[in-house]
Design a protein around this ligand. Structure first.
Ligand SMILES: [Ca+2]
Length: 520
């Protein structure tokens, strides 16, 4: 073996150019093959840990970027990496496979406005009394920082693309309005105007249209449009395009990029090809259980049902198919954004969050849409991917409220001690860690409450339970058909739940907001 051969082998083994030079320079001084091999071994020994340390410190030393993606009205039950193999969400699934997927994440209020206000400002809806279509700034005042504002004040470029705080869908999307935004949260903000229910294509209204004779319409109703044209005709396609542009533009400085996708919120509008995998004839509807509504309080019957929506079974199937098509279209936009992040070399220094503001009923109990505190409406998908953390599934209860302290901690930014969420960071290192024993959510103007633990879902109507209660055994009745609240056998459980609820309300009303909560 002559010198040239040895050099060639060394280069092949070591690889990186900087090491190659060192080896070649040192070679003249080495006399025997044994010395050379010893030198190589030592270099591998030192180079390995040094390289590992460099990657490990990357997040600590630099400010990690945050890519925060939130879908609108996306239930966990429509995601293939959660439990629904009838739906197909390959891009969200891929992110879930690389990050930590939370199986028991809950919205604090299953309606857009108050859910997003709670998530962004870090207080429970009953602490701020924020229940409407507002940003949430109104009740926390100018001095408290929203999640993105905290990053903005700590040297980050923060941008909103489309719906982060409340926007009326479809109306604010049709007009390209800011909706109920909080301007102080952003360095820059962008809206993604789209045709929504007026998009060209084959349209059908499946709600309150028993004879199928009414034309499509706007507003918060189930209009379906199998649209002509490509992804970029619609709001979410434009949102992905803007997000991609911003990632490329700001890749050299820390950014907090909040991307709001408005599907699968009604109207169910997507390019025609996204409908092809979901022929409505093949949709399997949830079972229609006789007397299903008889054992729950009047307020537990959702505001949109197959009955008041006068929906035929065919229309119900079309609604589910339209929802899945909208989810697939939204998922494709997520894929484009994540692909850019990787191509720009940013996935090793960017925390990615994917979630939704609340869930959605797809015909369970013949309920549709949100507001309900039943499982499908209040549970959300949640994936957090942090560079350097192993992929995992976490079954601890978590709340959207927890995202604020989690992201602040991951970025090493000190957040207000008055935030009401709990950091999920320990679950990223140990997915078996428990953050919460139960999740808490409210609805109907903060007057209906849900306590959800591993065994029970307890729903109470009014603080004195005057308008009724529901109690479901989630181990044996996960679809919530048997209300046990009035069965004497479970009186002790109801009593415990009521006590926990009183304590929870007292705790969250003990805060820095200076709000008078009356005699409650
Ligand atoms: Ca929503």
């Amino acid at each position: 073996m002559d010198c040239r051969q040895i050099k060639a082998e060394v280069i092949e083994v070591i690889g990186p150019r900087e090491l190659m030079n060192i080896v070649i320079l040192s070679f003249d001084k080495l006399v025997t093959m044994r010395k050379l091999l010893l030198c190589l071994l030592m270099m591998c020994f030192f180079y390995g840990p040094a390289q590992k340390g460099k990657l490990g410190n990357k997040i600590k030393n630099n400010k990690p970027n945050v890519l925060f993606i939130i879908a609108d009205d996306l239930t966990a039950t429509a995601i293939s990496s959660y439990e629904n193999q009838a739906s197909n969400t390959p891009n969200i699934d891929q992110l879930a496979a690389k990050g930590t997927r939370y199986t028991r994440a809950y919205s604090q209020y299953p309606v857009c406005g108050p859910s997003r206000a709670s998530l962004m400002f870090g207080y429970y809806p009953n602490a701020t009394n924020t229940y409407g279509y507002v940003s949430g700034r109104e009740n926390v005042g100018p001095s408290r920082k929203s999640l993105s504002q905290l990053f903005k004040d700590n040297g980050y470029y923060t941008a909103r693309v489309s719906k982060i705080y409340h926007m009326g869908v479809p109306i604010d999307i049709e007009t390209g309005s800011n909706g109920q935004d909080d301007e102080a949260s952003w360095t820059e903000r962008f809206n993604s105007k789209g045709p929504e229910w007026t998009a060209e294509g084959e349209a059908e209204l499946v709600q309150n249209n028993p004879y199928g004779l009414k034309p499509r319409k706007g507003g918060n109703v189930m209009t379906i449009v199998k649209a002509d044209g490509d992804d970029l005709v619609h709001s979410d396609g434009k949102t992905a395009e803007k997000a991609i542009e911003l990632i490329k533009k700001h890749k050299n400085n820390p950014f907090f990029l909040a991307v709001g996708l408005v599907r699968p919120h009604v109207p169910f509008v997507a390019p025609r090809r996204y409908f092809e995998p979901y022929p409505h004839e093949q949709i399997v509807l949830p079972p229609k259980v006789e007397n299903d509504w008889d054992d729950i309080p009047a307020r537990g019957i959702n505001y949109v049902t197959s009955v008041n929506g006068e929906m035929s079974e065919e229309q119900e199937k079309k609604a589910v198919a339209g929802y899945y098509a909208s989810v697939s279209y939204m998922d494709a936009q997520v894929g484009k954004i994540l692909k850019t992040l990787k191509e720009e070399g940013l996935d090793e220094n960017t925390i990615v969050v994917f979630t939704s503001d609340h869930g959605f009923h797809l015909g369970e109990h013949r309920f549709w849409m949100k507001v309900s505190l039943h499982e499908e409406s209040v549970r959300v998908p949640l994936v957090i991917k942090v560079p350097g953390k192993a992929p995992a599934v976490c079954n601890s209860f978590s709340e959207l409220l927890d995202l604020y302290p989690t992201l602040a901690e991951l970025a090493g930014i000190k957040a207000s001690e008055h935030l009401q969420g709990k950091s999920l960071v320990k679950t990223l290192d140990n997915p078996k860690a428990n953050v919460r024993d139960y999740a808490f959510s409210v609805s109907q103007g903060g007057k209906t409450f849900l306590l959800r633990n591993h065994k029970w879902a307890y729903i109470q109507y009014d603080e004195d339970a005057g308008a009724g209660m529901e109690l479901f055994d989630m181990e044996n009745d996960a679809k919530q058909y048997n209300n046990l609240a009035h069965n004497p056998k479970y009186a002790v459980i109801v009593e415990e739940m009521q006590k926990t609820l009183r304590e929870k309300l007292k705790e969250l009303r003990t805060n820095d907001l200076g709000i008078q909560y009356g005699s409650k």
